[in-house]
Design a protein around this ligand. Structure first.
Ligand code: B1M
Length: 211
């Protein structure tokens, strides 16, 4: 079994120690961070999600897998930075109000930082007003909004409306993402862009910055 399969399987076993150990081994053996992410951690987490949806596993197990993924991502962060390039722009990002999912957002952050962006992480369950005050006070080039639930996706539009009402909308480019978000929804609410994953988020951020 390859290192990357070991990583994916350890997530399915909710075994954070093994996930971190195999991630460390892969890094030491020179496997690029993006490979460890795309061919180890992400397939493992996808399977966890599928098993959760089909009722094979329950929330405590998902939490354990999420924690294992977070720890492995912390190990990958320096590798992403080493493999990254020069400084780009500034990016503030958070998960919208009533939503505490942050694994995907944190991945986006790691990839952005690894590609030279200066990122402010606003965290999870971020009130709409906080997104507005960050744009007002910190004037980032980009604002990123993440939503994972059908019950929180409407917050994306809420933030855009609030920025418009405060006269701030034109001051920042807005990127949205998260499992429940689609390109069609992003277009409908007037976001500047949508990315389905962390790799494309970085590509899109660069595109939007230069637009
Ligand atoms: Co939650 N959860 N969860 N959960 N959880 C989902 C999202 C769900 C699809 C599971 C399911 O039913 N199959 C479902 C949502 C259903 C829906 O609304 N359509 C769900 C539910 C229902 C819930 C609770 C309501 C469960 C409950 O309490 N009954 C609850 C809600 C809590 C809340 O937020 N208020 C809940 C709780 C949790 C945990 C706390 C246990 C844990 C979160 C831990 C954490 O994040 N720290 C958790 C997890 C882990 C999941 C699943 C299994 C995995 C999510 C994940 O991390 N995926 C998830 C099932 C799934 O998505 N398959 C599920 C890996 C991650 C890398 O992908 O987050 O999609 P993702 O991010 C991607 C892209 O979306 C994109 O790039 C990332 C990297 O490629 N992306 C962006 C994300 N943000 C972006 C922003 C961008 C651009 C791209 O620009 C700004």
């Amino acid at each position: 079994m390859s290192r990357l399969d070991e990583i994916a399987n350890s997530l399915l076993d909710f075994d954070g120690i093994r996930t971190s150990d195999w991630t460390r081994v892969a890094i030491e053996e020179g496997v690029p961070a993006v490979e460890i992410l795309n061919r180890g951690l992400l397939p493992g987490m996808k399977n966890v999600g599928e098993r959760f949806r089909s009722g094979d596993i329950f929330l405590p197990e998902v939490l354990l897998a999420g924690k294992a993924m977070k720890e492995a991502m912390a190990l990958l962060k320096p590798a992403f930075q080493r493999e990254g390039v020069s400084r780009r722009g500034t990016f503030a990002i958070g998960t919208v109000k009533d939503d505490i999912h942050d694994i995907g957002k944190n991945l986006v952050i790691i990839m952005l930082e690894g590609n030279g962006w200066e990122v402010t992480d606003l965290g999870v369950d971020v009130p709409t007003e906080e997104f507005c005050s960050v744009v007002r006070d910190k004037a980032p080039d980009m604002l990123g909004l993440s939503a994972l639930l059908t019950t929180t996706v409407m917050r994306l539009q809420e933030v855009i409306h609030a920025l418009e009402a405060d006269g701030l909308r034109k001051k920042v480019k807005i990127m949205v993402g998260g499992a429940v978000v689609t390109q069609a929804y992003a277009d409908k609410i007037g976001a500047d862009g949508y990315a389905p994953n962390a790799v494309e988020a970085v590509e899109l951020a660069e595109l939007l910055l230069n637009r």
